[in-house]
Structure formats: structure tokens, C-alpha cells
Ligand binder design. Sequence first.
Ligand SMILES: Cc1ncc(C[n+]2csc(CCOP(=O)(O)OP(=O)(O)O)c2C)c(N)n1
Length: 329
Amino acid sequence: MASKQFVANPAVLLEIYQRAALLKANDERARKVILSGQIAMVYYSYRGQEIIPSVMGQVLRDDDKLCTIYRGIHDMLGKGFPLRELWAELAGRTTGSCKGKGGPMHLTYPPKGIMVTTGIVGSSAPIANGLAWAAQLDKSDRVSVCTFGDGASNIGAVHEALNLAAVWKLPTIFVCQNNLFAEHTTFEKMTAGGNIAGRAEGYGIPGVRVDGNDPEAMYSAFAEAVARARAGEGPTLLECMTFRFHGHTFGDDDSYMPKGQKAEAIEADPVPRLRARLLADGIASEDQLAAIEADIEKQIDDAIEYALASPWPERDSLRFDVFAQEIAA
Ligand SMILES: Cc1ncc(C[n+]2csc(CCOP(=O)(O)OP(=O)(O)O)c2C)c(N)n1
């Protein structure tokens, strides 16, 4: 389905790089901060998967909705989660986006359409459908995106969501980030049929397998899916091929990841690859890229300082903001 109509031009590629460089630096910092003991949190590294959310953030509008999973900080930063509110939330402080009560597993920032992070595998899909249905009822052209892993693609809720979205022509874009591993199990050991995109045929919707580490291919496929959804033509299932460089959760044993395959993936790291491409094609100079990267480090320093200087929630506040006080009729 990928159409030549959606081209990542040089300016777009540079912006995709800016986002990817932020995501990469943020992940590297998160792992350092945990090791330093400054912030204790459960952390699922997304290192290696930066291009997919950088493209999504580039294409989506602020009013488009996004639902992610525990390995979703890259998706959220890609869509514009402010760094200070992010780090304060990771640190469990009152200045965090959920007043420190959500933590890394429940990041949320509705002003940018960043609706929910969930630890329940596969549950981002039906929630995204609800948001897509709301857009349909509002007669708005905003779209709803859910991200999930290859493991989640085998969960019933994902299939139910695909079916409903297809029947109701919901503006949902199903983005499977196929990083080839689910917790400690390889893709081949748990997924029949050899690919996930092919399942779309059963629902009568487009299914596209794309190299999620290739910014141009990813841009073309994702922009087309968004255009379809905005035009009222319904959902698309994208299977974005990628690789995570680390174990499932920070500090786990990654012996189930074949060493040669992992080394090869790290060698083909998509972020420095895009950087080299920008330089080779004269899209940006070394000085320009170094300035972008230095600025990112400064922003992350500022956010961590802000987070660590912020107060913890009071014990008495713990019962508040947890359940909605009122539910719309
Ligand atoms: C409904 C449900 N079943 C099982 C789990 C335990 N679990 C947490 S992460 C995970 C693996 C998911 O892998 P995948 O969807 O491929 O995402 P990835 O971690 O690779 O990004 C499992 C089984 C869970 N959190 N929720």
C-alpha cells in the first residue's frame, strides 16, 4: 500500500532525526539515572526502536490520540511529552504529569493527545478504539493510534479491537512495533503465520509490514495510514520491524537474544545511521547536528534537576486523583 505520495523530504528527515536523537539520549540517561540510584523505577528500554515514534510524532497532530504500553516512553516523547513533567512523573513527584501517582507505567499527558500508558499487554488497542469512536461521533478528523508489541499481537483484545475498528471504520491506526521478542520469548516461538501484517486481510483492512528503522519507508506507510483514517476510510494495521537492544526490563538476563543477531542490530543502529545519512546528503552539517545534540542533553539535565528538586506527594493526597469523581452520562 505504501504510496509515493508521502515523501519524507530533507526538512522532514532532519526533524525526524531531532526527535530520534532526543529519544536515544533520554533512554541512555534513564539507564544511567537508575544505576546512579537517583531515581528508582521499573524501566523498559526502547533503545533501537526510535525511528517509529519519531516518524509518528512528525506526522500526528496534537489533537490526535495515542495509547501506548509500558515500553512507550519513546512514543510519548516523540509526540511531544514535555521533559520536565515526564521526569518528575518518573521520579514520583507532585510536578509530574500525574502528580507522581502514575509513574513510568502509567504516563499520561492529554494536552498533547498522549492518553495512556498501560501495563496490560494488548489493552492499548481497545482504548484507542474508544478514542477513535469519540472522534467519529464528534465528526472530527482526528485519528487514534495504539502501539503494542509483537507479543501483544497474539492477545484477544487486539483481535477484537481490529475487528470492531474494521466493522465501524474507526480512525484507529494499529502500530505493532515488532522488536522480535516478547519478554523472554522469540517471535518465531510464539507467532504463527510468520508475520502480523498479513492478519489484516482477515479483517478486510490494509496490513503493511514496513522496516520501522527506515525513516522514509516508515514515513510513507504511516502517513498513508493516517490519511486513510482522516478521510473516514478506516483502520490500518502496520507491522513495523525493529529490534530492541536491551533485555525486556532494565537489568534482566537477555540470554534468550541470539548474540550474533543482537550485535548485527546494534551495528545497524538506526539513529546514527540517519545522522550519517543527513551528513552524506548535505541535509545538515556536523556543527548543526552537534548543536542539536548538545541542546538535547541540556534539556534532559534541566528536566532531571527539576524533577529531583520537586516535592513528593503528601501521604494524605494518595486517595485523590485515582478514580474519576464524575462519569459523563
Ligand atoms: C494481559 C497480560 N499478559 C501478560 C503480561 C506479562 N507481560 C508483560 S510484558 C510481556 C511481553 C509483551 O511483549 P511484546 O508485546 O512483544 O512487547 P515488547 O515488550 O517486546 O515491547 C508480557 C507477557 C501482561 N503484562 N499483561
